[in-house]
Design a protein around this ligand. Sequence first.
Ligand SMILES: [Zn+2]
Length: 160
Amino acid sequence: MAEPMGMFMGHPSQSLTVCSDTSCLRRRQAWQKGTVASEQQTERVLQRLEHNVDVLWTKHLDEREVSRKISSLQTTEALKNGSCIWHRRFLDATGRWVDKWIWLGYAKTGHKTYRPLHLVLCQKQGEAWITVLTVYDPSDSNGLWDKTFTQRMCWHTDPL
Ligand SMILES: [Zn+2]
């Protein structure tokens, strides 16, 4: 799994414990089911990227990149060096299987400084491409993630 080459300084007030709210604890249990196969899912996505699968960048993504001051270059970098932190496979309303991944990668922002980025990826059954639904910097969402940005701690606000 890709590790950032330099030091990343986490946000000092980043939460280290799971939010104790009842609904967050329930969502935390559901979340953990999506983390059990992260390594296999990382391999699956990386294999597709290595075989030059088409990547669809949505209009929503463009808008989010602009409002969150994330460049397309940073998003591309994080896609290439990242890994899966959460995956779910579910049936959509039309009965097609959908794979959805939360992907954590890093974008270099200076000498030995990196910015963490979460990309939300999806691929529907029968589609030959991977769609990047959105991108955000988890260090901007205070208390939602642990300091490694791999574990979600709270659902009180939505990073998407
Ligand atoms: Zn919470």
